[in-house]
Design a binder for this molecule. Structure first.
Ligand code: ITT
Length: 191
């Protein structure tokens, strides 16, 4: 199946995700779904949550649109993969990064990875899926202003700067989301 360049409707309320995906997919536009409320993300995996969002988007979007669901998170090795799918709402609202730093206090093993799962639902109901990861480690203090979420405390493997210092340009080709988007593109091209 070869899908021509076009528009993707992202079933998300996170504008950072839409911008990052659009930059990662030259020639495509990525727009957020204008929904007031999204269904609860009660899946047990990133894939299940991405599928919940994509199916919700499919029920809202115009029949000819391609709909995308995205779920992502950060997994700290020494915490057994937490916060994982709970990354967005870990601890008190707005304090997820503080909680991660607190839980890693005094720990030498700072390894972590970002994970992103994408589910694309085509107008005919076909489901395409792609996953991207980014390995790295969590530093002890915030640095940088780019990106969002945990980016000020996450240094990717092979880098010395945090993702927030590396910035949105870097994310557009290297992030877990960009990697998943490129795999999705391969699916679009019939790979
Ligand atoms: P939607 O569910 O509406 O798409 P959300 O932000 O709630 O938006 P998720 O439920 O997928 O998204 O949670 C992902 C969380 O994981 C996100 O809020 C961040 O805390 C973290 N995260 C994921 N990708 C990230 C990235 O590229 N940079 C920094 N933090 C990220």
């Amino acid at each position: 199946m070869v899908i021509p360049l076009g528009a993707l409707r992202l079933a998300s309320s996170n504008a950072h995700k839409a911008r990052e995906l659009e930059r990662a997919l030259p020639g495509w536009t990525v727009e957020l779904l204008e929904a007031d409320e999204f269904p609860p993300e009660d899946g047990e995996t990133y894939f299940e949550n991405a599928l919940i969002k994509a199916r919700f988007g499919r029920s809202w979007a115009s029949p000819d649109e391609l709909v995308l669901g995205e779920d992502s998170g950060i997994e700290a090795a020494v915490l057994g993969g937490r916060p994982g799918i709970h990354s967005a709402r870990w601890g008190k609202p707005g304090s997820s990064v503080d909680r991660l730093l607190r839980e890693l206090e005094g720990k030498n093993d700072r390894r972590a990875r970002y994970v992103c799962e994408l589910v694309c639902l085509l107008p005919d109901g076909t489901e395409l899926r792609a996953r991207g990861t980014l390995e790295g480690e969590v530093v002890r203090e915030r640095r940088g202003t780019g990106g969002f979420g945990y980016d000020p405390v996450f240094v990717p493997e092979g880098e010395t700067s945090t993702v927030a210092e590396l910035g949105d340009e870097w994310k557009a080709t290297n992030s877990h989301r960009a990697r998943a988007a490129l795999k999705l593109l391969e699916e679009f091209l019939g790979g």
